[in-house]
Design a protein around this ligand. Structure first.
Ligand SMILES: [Zn+2]
Length: 445
């Protein structure tokens, strides 16, 4: 009995083992079939559909940019719908990948223009992106060919139909600041006394409010130079620019505005246009570039050249800076909605002289805190310095490609020293060239 039971048990076990073997085999074949099917699906996806491998959203007050980076160029159509306001972007033969599915959650609740983003298969072969809007907008879509580290890109820019006025924003900011300043009058008057002492300047020697446009180089899709350690020029320039703005705002009779105050791309003409709308007295563009040779070091201050560059390195750098629009992405087919007026070549020689004087003062102050790349102000064809009526300089604070300088650039104390040197240079310039002398110049309206 016991033996029978035992033998039964054995046979049962054998049977179940056999069964497991059969199960295993059938599982194996099913798996094989699934893998094969997925392989064919994958082959189908690659051959028939464009694959979006990266999606990015860059929100800013000026506009919101949506970037789709893909393996091949995307065929698209753009539709603007009213009641309610929506933007529809139809993508032809684009695979609905997990990367695209991530897009809706990338739209922040604080986005000024987009309320929500929806994705769906509109019909076979068409993937539809619907942007529900918060306000009336002007959308622009365009493709960018591969450049630098980027592959093929489809860019959708959402501009407000009624762009904010940067001067209005600055005036509002100034009003808030003066209210805050009144609350801390004692502290401020102490600071003013100290500042006047530092500069040996009589208080009240400047008659009107001086506006300085500070331009942090690069941003958003355009990271600028990158160090070996992964430091982005766009972040360094913004950090120094913000420090300079705080210092200028703390001065009596001076105020500053940033061309960009966040991580987003701003075209070079947009930077100039913003400075002009602000009625800026000066334009200071801040950079921290890389050079082919890692041992290249030192600060430089540039102005716009009339004919060619003062050195090969200056020309090389200017070309690199001007490529920012290529990398960051400017729609060349449609006019920039911010640029509806043409700048004329007026008062250029006066502006050139003022720019040079300003550059000399800033360079001299920077020489106190850093090694200079060249002892003189350099000139090259930097596109961002082309305002005909605003003295403009470009400061290459240091070389991000030089490991030692990169370390300093990331250091907050050093960033502060750099901002202070620029402030002192600007103040010295105004002490010698009072802003009233600009009243004779023609302003373009
Ligand atoms: Zn740069």
């Amino acid at each position: 009995m016991f033996e029978r039971l035992a033998s039964q048990k054995v046979s049962l076990t054998t049977a179940s083992v056999g069964c497991r073997n059969i199960l295993f085999s059938s599982k194996f074949y099913t798996l094989l079939l699934i893998v094969a099917a997925q392989f064919f699906l994958f082959v189908d996806t690659v051959s028939a559909d464009t694959v979006v491998n990266s999606t990015r959203i860059w929100p800013a007050s000026e506009y919101t940019r949506l970037t789709l980076e893909s393996n091949t160029s995307i065929d698209y159509s753009l539709i603007l719908l009213k009641n309610p306001d929506r933007v529809v972007l139809d993508l032809k033969d684009v695979a609905l990948t997990s990367e695209i599915k991530k897009l809706p959650e990338k739209i922040g609740a604080d986005n000024l223009y987009i309320r929500a983003l929806r994705i769906g298969r509109f019909k076979p072969g068409i993937l539809r992106l619907v942007l529900d809007l918060k306000t009336a907008v002007v959308p622009q879509a365009f493709v960018l060919e591969p450049v630098g580290d980027y592959g093929q890109r489809l860019v959708l820019d959402i501009y407000p139909a009624f762009p904010p006025d940067p001067l209005m924003a600055l005036l509002n900011e100034s009003a808030i600041r003066s209210a805050q300043a009144n609350a801390h009058e004692n502290i401020k008057s102490d600071k003013e006394a100290k500042t006047a002492a530092v500069n040996n300047e009589k208080p009240g020697s400047t008659i009107r409010l001086i506006t300085v446009a500070i331009d942090p180089g690069h941003g958003g899709e355009d990271p600028g130079a990158m160090s070996e350690g992964g430091t982005y020029e766009k972040n360094i320039t913004l950090a120094i620019a913000r420090k300079l703005k705080d210092k200028i705002d703390a001065e009596p009779n001076m105020r500053a505005a940033l061309t960009r105050d966040g991580d987003y791309f701003l075209s070079l003409p947009m930077r100039l246009d913003k400075a002009r709308k602000l009625n800026a007295d000066l334009f200071v563009s801040i950079h921290a570039d890389a050079f082919v040779k890692p041992h290249a070091r030192g600060s430089s201050v540039f102005t716009l050249s009339e004919h060619g560059a003062t050195s090969a390195a200056a020309g090389w750098l200017a070309k690199k800076e001007n490529d920012a629009d290529l990398i960051g992405g400017v729609n060349l087919d449609t006019k920039d909605p911010y640029l509806n007026e043409t700048l004329l070549d007026l008062s250029l020689s006066q502006t050139r002289e003022d720019s040079h004087n300003l550059a000399r003062e800033v360079l001299s102050e920077i020489s106190e805190i850093n090694h200079l790349h060249k002892n003189n102000v350099e000139q090259a064809g930097f596109a961002v310095l082309k305002s005909p009526d605003i003295p403009s300089i470009l400061v290459e604070t240091a070389f991000i490609s030089n490991p030692e300088e990169e370390k300093r650039l990331r250091n907050k104390t050093y960033q502060d020293k750099m901002a202070k040197a620029m402030l002192f240079g600007i103040k010295r310039y105004f002490a010698k060239n009072p802003p009233l002398s600009r009243s004779k110049m023609v302003r373009l309206e």
